[in-house]
Design a protein around this ligand. Structure first.
Ligand code: CAA
Length: 417
């Protein structure tokens, strides 16, 4: 069945506060260039306990429905990919369905596998549509997370928070998926995890980078094989990866995308030559890779540099950055996507930018979203980080947003602005 499936609309929600990474570096006695040039960021979102994964997810869905004038009756499935849910049993999706008053006749659930959970949700939604089981309906996929490592940890400058809501349908105005052309790699590793009851992730930082790169090499090899067979890329002087106009990677911190792209090229060159590069070839490759990174990957990093890690949402913030800054010139062009979830599970897939993607993404008002945030001092950041997760500050939510306001009889309560 040759069914078109992909992302029709996209909206983003972020916390009200952000911290400058330069301020963080100075306070921690670190050279600011380590966080800006070394890790590649500028700012990170700071979520207070009222801005939990449910509140961010519901806010993103409210924006999606309003900005794109989507009739909720079109929606037959709601899946939330998250690794920072609020209950061991009740799905974030069920809160979102209730808060938004979405139709009763729908499938709702959460998907979890660290940062891969959002992609798992996207694949489930697109398979549902492609299989013909949606009967003309669309799915909402939400990627919502709070990336939290804690004060004075190595991971502290790589925190962040946010939610990305996607309308997945048979009218992929933004991004049509290359269905069935994907490569997967999974293995049981302890690179990053969060034991039950812990607010902060446990991470073996440098090992997690290696796990990410190994998974990328294997997932890309699987994708490349299928992409060559299906002739969406070809054997030629250009590497297959160079035939993808852009590549968005999962971005735990912006520098990771650069490491990823260099590694992907190294894997491709090794596969082509059947051996390692000589010193001379490596020098030429260093130059080519730097240019390739600037062209193919750097445009995906605009939002990550301002928001930080959003775990499940990170890859889709990369796609949003790209469509926002280059959507018009990329119409009809193919984009590679790499999703990585620690633990681990990963997938490389691709899709094609829609003809009117630029006009469609403008509805997400991404510049206004960033401009509406408030920069906090280190003192306020530390106060927010030390707040009790169960007793959020009582602040009036802004119009169109939701906040968690407390627990009564074991029931979490939310209010809308
Ligand atoms: N000027 C410029 N650059 C500098 C510098 C300076 N003064 N000082 C250091 N740097 C550079 C370093 O050379 C290094 O760059 P390279 O990696 O390119 O060599 C970079 O800054 C970072 O320095 P360190 O490696 O010394 O930093 P660190 O040990 O303090 O921690 C980290 C870095 C491991 C990423 C840590 O922030 C961390 O644990 N983060 C959380 C885990 C994570 O994000 N893992 C990524 C893969 S797992 C995943 O993707 C899932 C997920 O979302 C978590």
């Amino acid at each position: 069945m040759n069914q078109r499936v992909g992302i029709e609309a996209l909206a983003v929600a972020v916390p009200e506060r952000f911290l400058s990474l330069e301020d963080l570096a100075i306070a921690r006695g670190v050279e600011p260039a380590k966080f800006t040039a070394g890790l590649g960021g500028r700012e990170m979102a700071v979520a207070d306990p009222g801005e939990d994964s449910v509140a961010l997810a519901a806010t993103a869905v409210a924006k999606l429905l309003k900005s794109y004038a989507i009739d909720p009756n079109r929606v037959g499935m709601l899946v939330v990919g998250t690794e920072t849910g609020v209950d061991h049993s009740k799905a974030v999706a069920s809160y979102v369905q209730g808060l938004l008053g979405l139709p009763r006749a729908m499938r709702t659930y959460d998907t979890q596998h660290a940062c891969y959970g959002g992609t798992a949700a996207l694949m489930a939604a697109s398979d549902w549509i492609a299989a013909g089981h949606a009967h003309g309906k669309a799915a909402i996929v939400v990627c919502a997370d709070i990336a939290r490592y804690g004060l004075r940890t190595a991971g502290e400058p790589t925190q962040g928070a946010g939610a990305v809501a996607l309308l997945v349908s048979d009218k992929p105005d933004l991004f049509e998926l290359d269905r069935g052309i994907c490569g997967m790699a999974s293995s049981h590793v302890f690179d990053f995890w969060r034991p039950l009851g812990s607010r902060e992730a446990v991470v073996d930082g440098h090992y997690s980078i290696n796990c990410y790169l190994e998974a990328l090499g294997d997932a890309y090899a699987g994708y490349r094989k299928l992409a060559l067979e299906r002739e969406i890329v070809r054997h030629s002087e250009q590497l297959p990866s160079e035939q993808l106009s852009r590549i968005a990677y999962h971005v735990p911190f912006c520098k990771m995308a650069k490491k990823a792209h260099l590694h992907l090229r190294k894997c491709e060159l090794k596969a082509r030559l059947g051996r390692e590069l000589t010193a001379e070839e490596q020098t030429a490759e260093d130059r080519a890779a730097a240019i390739a990174f600037e062209t193919q990957v750097a445009p995906t990093l605009a939002l990550a540099a301002r928001i930080g890690n959003t775990y499940t949402g990170s890859l889709y913030l990369g796609l949003a950055s790209l469509l926002h800054t280059q959507g018009a010139s990329l119409a009809g062009k193919r984009i590679g996507m790499f999703s990585y979830g620690s633990g681990n599970s990963s997938e490389f897939f691709s899709g094609v930018v829609g003809a009117h993607a630029s006009a469609a993404i403008a509805k997400a008002e991404l510049d206004q979203l960033l401009a509406s945030r408030r920069r906090v001092t280190m003192e306020e950041y530390e106060q927010v980080m030390e707040m009790n997760a169960a007793t959020p500050p009582q602040a009036q939510p802004r119009p169109g947003t939701f906040r968690f306001v407390g627990v009564t009889d074991h029931r979490r309560r939310y209010v809308a602005g």
